[in-house]
Design a protein around this ligand. Structure first.
Ligand code: PEP
Ligand code: MN
Length: 337
């Protein structure tokens, strides 16, 4: 961190800044130029809140030279993180394919979809039991009964399950019943929830917020990591832009950026990114081609009558087709599927 000192600052004021830096466990390193006087803060600056200096009247500018996240930073953890979930590993050589309906609707629905995505080669079953809906009048999910149905589908197919948590109210149920706990885009900055998830050991699938920067996503991951839970998988699910043709805009460059900045695995959700089932195949292939560690795809056996997100859900036979094509792309990337 570099502090640009105002020309009118007195020696006494500058000394007090230096003392403050020392009291934070760092060292001040001063350079005096013709036009500027700057103080570099040397040491571990992760715990330093930039605003402490920004609000000081003798400091014109505070320039951060290191990212504000530490545990999520590749700088301090050069190797890719691999997360074990049952017999599967996310972040390694094998692509994690998570597939299933937006929401669990009934026993027949979840079981039939689970069986078909498994037959096509998916490694995980997704299904929302607690749904964050824009309208309070829309289907809100089957809640605890939904989790029971997911457990049943897991028992029948062996597929580990991924489901979204919306608050800490049912945290114990999620820890007990779910293999990967999803934090949805709308809750990416629910810091109290993230802190609680930092205290458990379950893998967390953290989705990028609707209008969050990559740095904000990594800072949210940092909340979970800082609490002691190192099992965080990130997900690019499209961000809000001025474009209205698609539901969101899929930011594929985020995969490359996150891979450079962080060691955490990152997957892509082409379903929520586009809102359009017919774009899912092409963008799934693109995601694998840019180096995503996996995909989360909405699959429904009867999209026309789905209670949530039918227009972005592919049918089981199309999902099967997508898997076949992904195998080819995975091969080029030296990955298994
Ligand atoms: C979902 O996965 O069904 C979902 C609601 O996703 P997001 O939080 O990305 O909108
Ligand atoms: Mn959905």
């Amino acid at each position: 961190m570099i502090l640009v000192i105002n020309k009118l600052a007195t020696e006494k004021e500058i000394s007090s800044i230096k003392e403050k830096i020392c009291s934070m466990g760092c060292q001040p390193h001063e350079s005096i130029g013709i036009n500027y006087r700057i103080i570099g803060i040397v040491g571990d600056t992760h715990n330093i809140d930039q605003s402490v200096f920004q609000k000081n009247r003798i400091i014109d500018n505070v320039i951060r030279i290191q990212e504000p996240y530490k545990k999520a930073n590749r700088l301090f953890h050069p190797d890719n993180t691999e997360i074990k979930v049952g017999n599967e590993t996310i972040g390694g050589n094998k692509l994690a394919i998570i597939a299933g309906p937006c929401s669990v609707e009934s026993e027949e629905q979840i079981l039939s979809i689970a069986k078909s995505v498994k037959a096509s080669g998916a490694g995980f079953l997704r299904g929302g039991a607690f749904k964050p809906r824009t309208s309070p009048y829309s289907f809100q999910g089957l809640k605890k009964h939904g989790l029971e149905l997911l457990k049943y589908a897991k028992k029948e197919t062996g597929l580990p399950i991924v489901s979204e948590i919306m608050s800490t109210e049912f945290l114990d149920d999620f820890v007990e019943d779910v293999d990967i706990i999803q934090v949805g885009a709308r809750n990416m900055q629910n810091f109290e929830l993230l802190k609680e998830l930092g205290k458990i050991n379950k893998p967390i699938l953290l989705k990028r917020g609707l209008s969050s920067t990559i740095e904000e996503l990594l800072m949210s991951a940092e909340y979970i990591l800082a609490g002691g839970n190192e099992n965080v998988i990130l997900c690019e699910r499209g961000i809000r832009t001025f474009e209205k043709y698609t539901r969101n805009t899929l930011d594929l460059s985020a995969i490359l950026a996150i891979k450079k900045l962080s060691h955490l695995p990152v997957i892509v959700d082409p379903s929520h990114a586009t809102g359009l089932w017919w774009m899912v195949e092409a963008l799934s292939k693109a995601a694998v081609a840019v180096g995503a560690d996996g995909l989360i795809i909405e699959v429904h056996n009867d999209p026309e009558n789905a209670l949530c997100d039918g227009s972005q859900s592919v049918k089981p036979n199309r999902f099967d087709d997508i898997m076949k094509k992904l195998k080819l792309i995975a091969e080029i990337e030296n990955k298994a599927i």
